[in-house]
Design a protein around this ligand. Structure first.
Ligand SMILES: *[C@@H]1O[C@H](CO)[C@@H](O)[C@H](O)[C@H]1NC(C)=O
Ligand SMILES: *[C@@H]1O[C@H](CO)[C@@H](O)[C@H](O)[C@H]1NC(C)=O
Ligand SMILES: *[C@@H]1O[C@H](CO)[C@@H](O)[C@H](O)[C@H]1NC(C)=O
Ligand SMILES: *[C@@H]1O[C@H](CO)[C@@H](O)[C@H](O)[C@H]1NC(C)=O
Ligand SMILES: *[C@@H]1O[C@H](CO)[C@@H](O)[C@H](O)[C@H]1NC(C)=O
Ligand SMILES: [Ca+2]
Length: 520
């Protein structure tokens, strides 16, 4: 705990808190396993990874060589900028170098020799990577800060640009905006684009060199002055729409619109003292990895998150192949203290399995224990005895419908894609629980013995449920076609006299019914 506290105190200005590990091997009641956490890379000095562009062409001094002087020494214009002489050159890279103590190195523009045409310069910083700012942007101007400038940002590698902050010694005159200060911002205005006069007024070029974009003042609105209550800030970053994006950039652009004037109007007779000189641009931030990585490395010229949680992409912005969920999600700072990893896993099991297993040598992920009567590597098929509900999505719990084939009428449990079972001879209907017209049902379908058309019971016999003829006394045979006695048999003739009595008929029917009951 003490160690952790020491760590936090040490890194507080940059790292501000936890979320520094993505997973750990823990032992639970169910044995050891990985536990996953939301995680993010440490904050870094982003100037070490930036590429810079200065516009327009020819704005950097020294080609041809040029004399300049300073506001403090306006009549001693003996300093020289010469691009061909390393000691006197001021190329853009000097805004990002490591300086020996006390020796400022700086990019410098040409002087304002074309006054009154404005002296305009753009300094564009590109990371080719989303960066989340964690501390103030600080731009250091040697020889005075611009009297008008603007900071712009891009979130899409320079395709579109948005104003980030306006700076002027007179905001109303320069931009038609009321001047505000970063410290005056509140919960409701935290991501407002403001114009500030704090960094543009003349205070002597050596005294006040820095121009800031106030990230800390904005964070402090939620986390308190010394940023102790980071949990509150993280909660806000999760919940307030657009707040995270406000602090996220891929590119920054400083539009220098009017140089330092030394506290007075422009003196036409000495334009050698008007120019821009930037010795350092400090941008502190971390790679945006959507809380799915704690490392960000510089590879092939750009920063890349080293993604965990089965995510991939420069910002861990999508699921790895085989782990594609319907919707990828960023990790979350909440709940404290470890957040939610929102890892990608078994995404293509269509929600029918919570487990998947990785078969190393095939480089293949398969879903384990598919539920809802599904089967297959991705639970994308229906189990035998089930068929696909054509109007349901694959991730529907009811995607597989039981075939329900009649056990007796069908060949097996399987059915085709429209739910039709395969019927035994004589059986019919989708589930094979009906018989074809010339068949009757009795534990399966059997060909009719008698009917009303072709197989008619003879000699007054009646057809019982297509199964047999009920013959009058004295007749037998399948269709009662045979007489039971010879023509001279007396018993037969006497019996034939009571032939019309219904009693034996009923008894016969009863016996048949009984026989049927016993059969079943
Ligand atoms: C600076 O960039 C802006 C767009 O952000 C552009 O309109 C302007 O022309 C550029 N100025 C110079 C001097 O290149
Ligand atoms: C930007 O980064 C992507 C992804 O790392 C890379 O493929 C691309 O080449 C980079 N572009 C430039 C201009 O560096
Ligand atoms: C990522 O996939 C592997 C392979 O299936 C699995 O072992 C691991 O638990 C997954 N990680 C997460 C965070 O889900
Ligand atoms: C098929 O799926 C649709 C959509 O989910 C559902 O409304 C319907 O009831 C299902 N059909 C059957 C037979 O289960
Ligand atoms: C399923 O079987 C029935 C009856 O044999 C048939 O009409 C239907 O077209 C079959 N469906 C498919 C998709 O094969
Ligand atoms: Ca420098």
């Amino acid at each position: 705990m003490l160690h952790l506290a020491a760590f936090l105190l040490h890194y507080l200005p940059l790292a501000m808190g936890h979320y520094d590990i993505c997973k750990s091997w823990v032992t639970t009641d169910d044995g050891p396993s990985w536990e996953y956490y939301a995680c993010q890379p440490k904050a870094m000095r982003m100037k070490d990874y930036v590429s810079v562009r200065v516009d327009p062409p020819g704005i950097t001094c020294g080609d041809p060589p040029e004399r300049f002087c300073t506001h403090e020494n306006p009549y001693l214009c003996s300093d020289e900028c010469d691009a061909s002489n390393p000691d006197l050159a001021h190329p853009p890279k000097l805004m990002f170098d490591k300086e020996d103590e006390g020796l400022a190195t700086y990019w410098q523009s040409v002087t304002w020799s074309r006054y009154p045409e404005p002296l305009l310069a753009n300094i564009t910083l590109s990371w080719n990577k989303s960066i989340e700012l964690t501390d103030d942007i600080v731009v250091t101007f040697e020889y005075g800060r611009p009297t008008i400038m603007m900071l712009e940002k891009s979130l899409d590698n320079g395709r579109t640009w948005h104003p980030y902050q306006y700076y002027a010694d007179d905001c109303l005159e320069a931009f038609g905006m009321t001047a505000r200060r970063g410290k005056e911002l509140s919960t409701s205005s935290v991501n407002r684009v403001i114009c500030t006069e704090e960094y543009s007024r003349w205070a002597g070029s050596k005294k006040e060199k820095n121009v800031r974009f106030e990230v800390r003042d904005r964070f402090a609105i939620f986390a308190g002055q010394d940023l102790r209550n980071m949990d509150n800030l993280y909660t806000r970053l999760e919940s307030a729409k657009g707040l995270k994006d406000f602090f996220t950039v891929t590119d920054l652009r400083m539009r220098l619109l009017r140089p330092a004037l030394g506290g007075t109007y422009v003196q036409r007779e000495n334009l050698y003292k008007y120019f821009y000189a930037v010795s350092n641009i400090e941008v502190t931030g971390r790679c945006k990895c959507n809380l799915h990585a704690n490392l960000c490395s510089f590879k092939e010229g750009s920063l890349q998150c080293e993604c965990e949680h089965n995510t991939t992409g420069q910002d861990c912005g999508k699921c790895k192949k085989n782990f594609r969920t319907r919707s990828w999600r960023a990790g979350s700072y909440l709940p404290f203290p470890n957040g939610s990893p929102n890892a990608c896993s078994c995404g293509n099991c269509y929600g029918h399995s919570n487990r998947c297993s990785y078969i190393d040598f095939l480089n293949l992920v398969t879903c384990v224990s598919c539920k809802h009567n599904t089967r297959g590597q991705h639970c994308q098929h229906c189990r035998l005895g089930f068929y696909r509900n054509g109007s349901a999505e694959l991730d529907d719990e009811n995607v597989c419908i039981e075939c329900n084939c009649n056990q007796i009428g069908s060949m097996h449990d399987r059915c085709n894609e429209t739910g039709y079972c395969e019927c035994r001879e004589g059986a019919a209907g989708p589930k094979c629980d009906d018989c074809l017209p010339d068949y009757y049902w009795r534990q399966g379908c059997f060909p009719n013995v008698c009917d009303e058309e072709l197989l008619i019971c003879q000699n007054g016999g009646t057809c019982y449920q297509n199964q047999r003829c009920i013959c009058p006394v004295g007749y037998k045979g399948v269709l009662c076609e045979q007489s039971k006695c010879d023509s001279d048999d007396k018993a037969c003739t006497s019996a034939s006299s009571i032939d019309l009595s219904p009693t034996p008929f009923l008894i016969g029917a009863l016996i048949l019914q009984l026989g049927r009951l016993v059969d079943f």
